[in-house]
Design a protein around this ligand. Structure first.
Ligand SMILES: [Zn+2]
Ligand SMILES: [Zn+2]
Length: 908
């Protein structure tokens, strides 16, 4: 075993080994699963091939190999609590795999696994063990085929081939669907690796519980389809799906006892060690913070590279939470300033060759990390101090569990993620009520009007439509590849209705007034994707006597396109020849907005910088919306500049060209691709500009042929869409024209009112506003004079009780500043006096001051207490010093009835 083999070499060894066996290398899909709404993160190599096994997707290859980026943060496979506390758990990890889609099977998969491990990597054959499936219930046949294959491998010891039951050696994707036996390869690392030696009765064994035996590789042989808990039927084609945990094989080949000691993670811990100035011994004694930081910083770097920025919900929350957790563990090592960018540089260094997205987004990664650390630092101390007081209360009351609502409040108002609260509590042997936390979060989400993180689970009717399609293909009603889709051609296409579906049943006829779905042999409709909305339109008989209005279109399963709508006129039969056409005016509006979106993205990068990346997009007929990564609000100048520059490009009337390319070629040429989007081998590219195009994107949408068709482009708003993400909304073409028209009309109406021309409106409005200010000032000083005059009159007639002058005086429309002024005058005028000055400031809003002269205060009168008592009476609040207090309320009539004498009488 060579000590010096690097992690990167091990990964490339794996891939080239299978490439030599005619496998196609398929790059890792994004951590954000494309098109799979049910999954938070890609969590297995299987994710991007799931549809192939389900038969709803086809690929141009039947053998594939890959190294998939995976992320697991919760659930049965990984509890975040374990990450950092042991040598093997990670949030982010890589999974190596080789795949056969109806191609080779057990014999080859086993022989190649053996060859790679023992010949290429030189692992001692005596250390290797294999397991095969034998059903403990005796219902499913034992996997003798795998057993025989293992036996025939050169140097394989028969006593190292073991049988295990369903839990260990039978794989199922779900309760129903493809499944089959699996065969695992384990390595015996030698007695010294056992970490359970001191436990009485412990036996080191395959599938045991100590670190001596490690499962290296799982080969899954998919050969059955489960239709019910009892029933398995053989699949027409068999598949192979294998998975080898990358970090684990690297730890074995580099002969270390921890994933964190491999050259994948150790350099990250070295950076941390250097930053906090500890030595190796100190690190060894305090490994948890090091491991947490290395793991979380690596995961966050990959997430940000895939477009996931720190935020409040879903994936964005996970990104935020792991950064904050790493930051807090950094603080435990004395790292009080942002430091994760330094660690991330090392991540990019180690992984950049295999995952170029890290290099491409290096600045975004380091900037986002630092920004999030700063944000956390600015709130964390408050949060931790409050948590500290909760802990004291818990200890004092003998409780061991923190209330979930309190934990949620720590997150919502102090930015302390649940996971960090848990860490802190755990360090004091305390717990948190997690269920209560999520209940509080749910309540908050409902109250704040925020929606569900993810949409409805899709795909439950995929099988229904896949079956219909299979039948239609078998009868020759559909082409073998399913419904032919061409949204780029003519507006009207002649075709045939091959199936009508009503209330989830196939029917022969759909009559006037009835709603249903049509499957047509061909369609020219665009189906919502890449942000562009679906077309609407109609199906008609040849002479237009029968009419079906299409309100929606969807693709429930590969090869099936369903037109949803209602029969407006006449009736339709299966087998009828029909014409389908989309609403072409609406389509043209959409085209304008889509090409404008590309122009906008180009100018955003030009003006704001290369860190701008698409984070969401909507291309509708009436507007476009574009979300992109950018740390701060755009300035007015930037918005104007971008709007101007897009319009310049429109006036240039640049040609828009569309061409089909190989994905590799397009990316090599610098085409902009979307993160989280699943691209096939062949891609469609849109470039704008003659000769050397300035905008070049992978895009399946529909576009104008020259930018001049867009007409005009207006930005209607710029706002925040999420933390670190800005949103621009804009209009083009007809909508922009009508917006301009509307504004013109408004200006015309205003100039009519002002009896001036549109050109002079601004000047005149400025003058009016100026005059308004002057008038308001005059009015204020008049009221002030009037108030003081009234005071001078009223004070003559003031009631006197026990030598104390009592003066209640109320006004309408006098500001509080004047009331305070009167209070000062009053205290000056009377040595012994108590007064209240109130005003109805505006409808339903009352303000008042209470004031008492010093000698009255000495007698025990307290203006603050009096103001408080009166405020309570009139539905408000307030208070103040003994000689001067201020308060408010909403009941003016009640205020008028206040009797100051009551407050003096109480003196006794
Ligand atoms: Zn052991
Ligand atoms: Zn596009």
């Amino acid at each position: 075993m060579t000590q010096s083999i690097s992690g990167n070499k091990i990964r490339s060894d794996f891939i080239s080994f299978f490439e030599e066996k005619s496998h196609t290398f398929v790059p890792s899909s994004s951590l954000v699963p494309g098109g799979d709404q049910t999954l938070l993160f890609t969590n297995a190599g299987m994710v991007q091939f799931k549809d192939v096994f389900l038969g709803t997707d086809r690929r141009p290859y039947s053998r594939a190999t890959n190294s998939q980026k995976c992320m697991r943060v919760s659930g049965k496979h990984n509890d975040l609590d374990d990450v950092g506390r042991d040598n093997t758990h990670h949030t982010f990890f890589e999974m190596l795999g080789n795949w056969s889609f109806g191609d080779y099977y057990k014999k080859e998969a086993i022989a190649w696994a053996w060859e790679l491990l023992t010949e290429v990597w030189g692992i001692d054959k005596n250390q290797l063990w294999a397991t095969c499936f034998k059903d403990e219930k005796g219902e499913i046949p034992a996997d003798e085929e795998a057993f025989e294959s293992w036996k025939s491998q050169p140097g394989m010891r028969t006593d190292h081939i073991l049988f295990f039951g369903r839990k260990d050696n039978f794989w199922e994707m779900a309760d129903t669907g493809p499944c089959g036996p699996c065969s695992e390869i384990h390595i015996d690392r030698g007695e010294e690796f056992c970490d359970k030696k001191n436990i009485e009765g412990h036996v080191c064994q395959v599938n045991g519980d100590c670190a001596r035996f490690l499962e290296l590789w799982n080969l899954v042989f998919i050969q059955y389809n489960r239709t019910s808990p009892k029933d398995l039927s053989p699949l027409p084609a068999t598949h192979v799906d294998t998975g080898m945990g990358f970090e684990r094989i690297v730890s074995v080949l580099q002969d270390v006892d921890s994933n964190y000691k491999t050259d994948l993670l150790l350099p990250l811990m070295d950076v941390v060690m250097m930053l906090c100035g500890q030595n190796e011994e100190e690190r060894e004694n305090n490994l948890t913070p090091y491991r947490v930081i290395a793991d979380h910083c690596r995961a966050a770097s990959f997430l940000i590279a895939d477009g996931v920025v720190p935020g409040n919900i879903g994936r964005n929350y996970i990104c935020r939470m792991i950064i904050r957790r790493a930051s807090r563990f950094g603080a435990k090592l004395g790292l009080d300033d942002p430091f994760l960018a330094k660690v991330a540089e090392s991540v990019i260094d180690i992984y950049g060759d295999a995952y170029p997205e890290l290099v491409k987004n290096a600045k975004t990664i380091t900037d986002s990390l630092t920004r999030e650390e700063k944000k956390f630092h600015s709130t964390v101390e408050g949060g931790l101090a409050i948590l500290e007081s909760y802990i004291e209360n818990l200890k004092a009351s003998g409780n061991t569990q923190l209330n979930g609502e309190k934990a949620f409040d720590l997150y919502a108002t102090h930015g302390l993620p649940l996971e960090i609260t848990k860490d802190v509590l755990r360090e004091r042997s305390l717990l948190v009520d997690q269920e209560g936390f999520f209940e509080a979060m749910e309540a908050h989400r409902v109250n704040s009007g925020a929606g569900k993180e993810f949409g409805e689970l899709g795909g439950e009717d995929a099988e229904f439509y896949a079956n219909i399609a299979a039948g239609l293909i078998e009868h020759g009603d559909l082409f073998p590849e399913g419904v032919i889709q061409d949204p780029y051609g003519a507006n009207e296409v002649e075709t045939e209705i091959v199936s009508i579906i009503k209330d989830k049943q196939e029917v022969k006829i759909l009559k006037e007034g009835e709603s249903g779905e049509f499957i047509l042999k061909e369609t020219n409709f665009y189906i919502e994707s890449g942000g562009q909305v679906s077309d609407v339109g109609q199906v008609s008989s040849k002479n237009y006597e029968n009419l079906f209005l299409i309100s929606d279109i969807r693709k429930p399963s590969s090869g099936v396109v369903v037109h949803v709508g209602e029969v407006e006129q006449g009736e339709f039969h299966t087998g009828s020849k029909v014409k389908i056409s989309f609403d072409s005016d609406r389509r043209q509006d959409i085209r304008r907005n889509h090409t404008a979106t590309h122009l906008l993205q180009y100018q955003l990068r030009e003006v704001l910088g290369d860190h701008v990346r698409q984070a969401g997009s909507l291309v509708a007929p009436d507007r476009l919306r574009f979300d992109f990564t950018h740390p701060e609000a755009m300035t007015r100048e930037q918005i104007k500049m971008i709007e101007d520059r897009v319009n310049e490009k429109i006036l240039e009337n640049s040609p828009v060209s569309i061409s089909q390319k190989k994905l590799d070629e397009a990316l090599a040429e610098g085409a902009t691709a979307l993160f989280g989007e699943k691209y096939g081998e062949d891609v469609r590219t849109i470039s704008i500009g003659a000769g050397n195009p300035y905008s070049y994107e992978l895009c399946g949408g529909t576009h104008v042929s020259e930018t001049g068709e867009i007409g005009v482009f207006l930005i209607t708003s710029e706002s925040s869409a999420a933390a670190g993400i800005r949103r621009i909304e804009a209009v083009t073409g007809r909508k922009a024209y009508s917006l301009i028209k509307k504004r013109f009309n408004t200006i015309d109406a205003i100039s009519d009112l002002l009896e001036t021309s549109a050109n002079s409106v601004e000047e005149i409005v400025k003058n009016i506003l100026h005059q308004k200010t002057i008038l308001e000032d005059e009015l204020r000083s008049l009221r002030e004079k009037e108030a003081i005059a009234r005071y001078q009159t009223e004070k003559q007639n003031a009631e006197v009780v026990d030598d104390i002058v009592l003066l209640p005086l109320f006004f309408e429309g006098i500001p509080i500043s004047i009331l305070r002024q009167l209070a000062d005058i009053f205290r000056n005028d009377f040595e012994k006096g108590l007064a209240i000055f109130g005003s109805l400031v505006e409808e339903g809003k009352v303000q008042f001051v209470v004031t008492a002269s010093d000698s009255v205060v000495k007698m025990g009168v307290h203006a603050g207490e009096i103001a408080k008592a009166i405020a309570k009476e009139i539905g408000g609040s307030g208070g103040g010093r003994p000689n001067l207090a201020q308060a408010g309320g909403n009941d003016y009539d009640k205020l008028l009835k206040v009797k100051l004498s009551e407050y003096v009488k109480k003196l006794g």
